[in-house]
Design a protein around this ligand. Structure first.
Ligand code: NAD
Length: 492
């Protein structure tokens, strides 16, 4: 039975203008299981207007404690509903239930963390050269935020944006990916139940035309986007027209670097987490494994063994470790990458196709795939696959490892595996990325900032720095002197 969802605009549920819909497809069996509204430009306009009215009509002036209380209530509702929400997200994008459960709780943790900041948005008191001048800053919400998310982790990615936006006092229009929109609409029901005033949180669903209408809307004061680098560039171009500030969380080709002094047991777990968790469909995938030459053969053999032992199956099954990839297009894309890599000199050591058996015939499954001896400048080492495909590259020296790691357009994260503290600091400093993990990988915290450099984006999510994306600083300078001054010379 398919469930029908509606848009959430100005505190009301409604069909898209014109009544167009599109199906949500379960990647395990290709069944349509929900019906979603395809918003029109008119709906986007209504959502932006509702957000503007809510902002000007009181939300921007609500005190921090009121916002914090609502956010804590929202976190509580999400925690209470975590299992149902996890099941919905797993059905929508095929991510294993053991991860979506954790992600729902982590999303709630983010709402709680930022609720803690909502009543602490203080400015600075700044001493100036002249004692008669008093100077201080206030931090004010930017206004209406457009929050655009990708399909791989809709609730976790939304929390990265919505939690600081609400804490800052912004109102929002959310546009989830057309490939996985169900949890965002189900979550809007929780926002309604938490008691957020009408128009503070709005959700419009549909294809890229909805995102384009939203990012090009003159009523939007800032854009926070998570998705592909090409889309990020397109959004930046449109945003430039209105000089709308943009936060971009884009793709990656992250390096997991294993030195010969690493604790190999720990490192191998990090390698598996880096590329096979979520079937490699994460921006932070450690899709390049750089291994020091003297342990190279051993690591290649052990990674191969670990990859072959992964339980691939129905993501709703508790014991499944890797589900399907999320969409038909993604399935084709990943298999095409593998086929091209086979012809480009890399050695396929395991996987390389679709798993065989009844379980897999209707879903978008890909085998955990490992290539060794990958050339650092080959397509497989340079392009984001967004699937369970690992490229292993040998290196001899620290300098070589750094050069290879920095040698892509991307700069999201990196993993370092070493027991040598000085080496860890030395290498971490030289990596051109937004975050480095040492002796861990794919470990997140609400308090720690996350984001990329180079083609992986700009701006930060999570942690205190995320608030800055949603706040403007206003400076107030007051002259206490009542003195006459020369009107033709600037005062300093
Ligand atoms: P995508 O860029 O295709 O789509 C993302 C969102 O943008 C969707 O909601 C889509 O409808 C919308 N969109 C598409 N074209 C648009 C346009 N012209 N204007 C406005 N909106 C538009 O990305 P995807 O395929 O959904 O997600 C995969 C990508 O996301 C990967 O590259 C991955 O690395 C990246 N990602 C990054 C992070 C991060 O935090 N850095 C996290 C997860 C995913």
């Amino acid at each position: 039975m398919t469930t029908c969802y509606q848009l959430y605009i100005g505190g009301a549920w409604r069909d898209a203008t014109g009544g167009a819909t599109f199906p949500a497809i379960n990647p395990v069996n290709q069944q349509a299981w929900a019906d979603l509204p395809q918003a029109s430009a008119e709906d986007v306009d209504a959502a932006v207007s509702a957000a503007r009215e809510a902002f000007d009509g009181g939300w921007k002036d609500t005190n921090g404690l009121t916002r914090a209380t609502l956010m804590q209530r929202l976190a509580e509702l999400l925690e209470y509903d975590a299992e149902r929400m996890a099941q919905l997200e797993t059905t929508d994008n095929g991510k294993v239930i053991r991860e979506t459960r954790v992600q729902m709780r982590f999303a709630a943790r983010n709402y709680r963390y930022f609720a803690g900041w909502a009543d602490k948005l203080q400015g600075d008191s700044i001493p100036l050269d002249r004692p008669e001048l008093v100077d201080f800053t206030t931090r004010e919400p930017r206004g209406v935020a457009a929050l655009i998310t990708s399909w791989n982790s809709p609730m976790a990615i939304l929390a990265n944006k919505l939690a600081p936006a609400l804490a800052a006092g912004c109102t929002v229009v959310i546009k989830p990916s057309e490939m996985a929109s169900v949890t965002t609409l189900a979550f809007a029901e929780l926002c309604e139940r938490a008691g957020f005033p009408a128009g503070v949180i709005n959700v419009v669903t549909g294809d890229s035309s909805v995102g384009a209408a939203l990012t090009g809307h003159p009523g939007v004061d800032l854009i926070s986007f998570t998705g592909g680098t090409a889309t990020g560039k397109a959004i930046s171009r449109v945003a430039a027209e209105h000089l709308t500030p943009v936060t971009l969380e884009l793709g990656g080709k992250s390096a997991n670097i294993v030195f010969s002094d690493a604790d190999l047991k720990q490192a191998l777990t990090g390698v598996v987490a880096g590329i096979f968790a979520a079937a490699g469909q994460t921006c932070i995938a450690g899709s390049r494994l750089l291994v020091q030459r003297d342990i190279y053969d051993q690591v290649v053999a052990e990674v191969c063994e670990r990859a072959q032992a992964i339980r691939v199956g129905d993501p709703r099954d508790e014991s499944t470790e890797m589900g399907p990839v999320a969409t038909k297009a993604q399935h084709r894309r990943v298999l095409d990458f593998i086929n091209r890599a086979r012809t480009q000199g890399a050695t396929l050591i395991t996987g390389g196709g679709e798993p065989q058996g009844d379980l897999y015939t209707r879903g978008y499954f890909v085998e955990p795939t490992v290539f060794s001896d990958v050339e650092p400048d080959s397509e497989l080492a340079q392009e984001e696959v967004f699937g369970p495909v690992l490229a292993i590259i040998p290196f001899e020296t620290e300098e070589q490892a750094i050069a290879i790691a920095n040698g892509t357009a991307y700069g999201l994260v990196a993993g370092l595996w070493t027991q040598n503290l000085a080496r860890a600091h030395r290498v971490a400093r030289q990596l051109q990325v937004g975050g480095v993990w040492v002796n861990t990988y794919r470990t997140n915290a609400a308090q720690a900032p996350f984001g990329g450099v180079k083609a992986s984006g700009s701006g930060r999510e999570r942690g205190l720095h995320a608030l800055d994306e949603y706040l403007e600083i206003k400076n107030l300078m007051i002259d206490l002197s009542n003195e006459a001054r020369d009107p033709f010379a600037i005062r300093t």
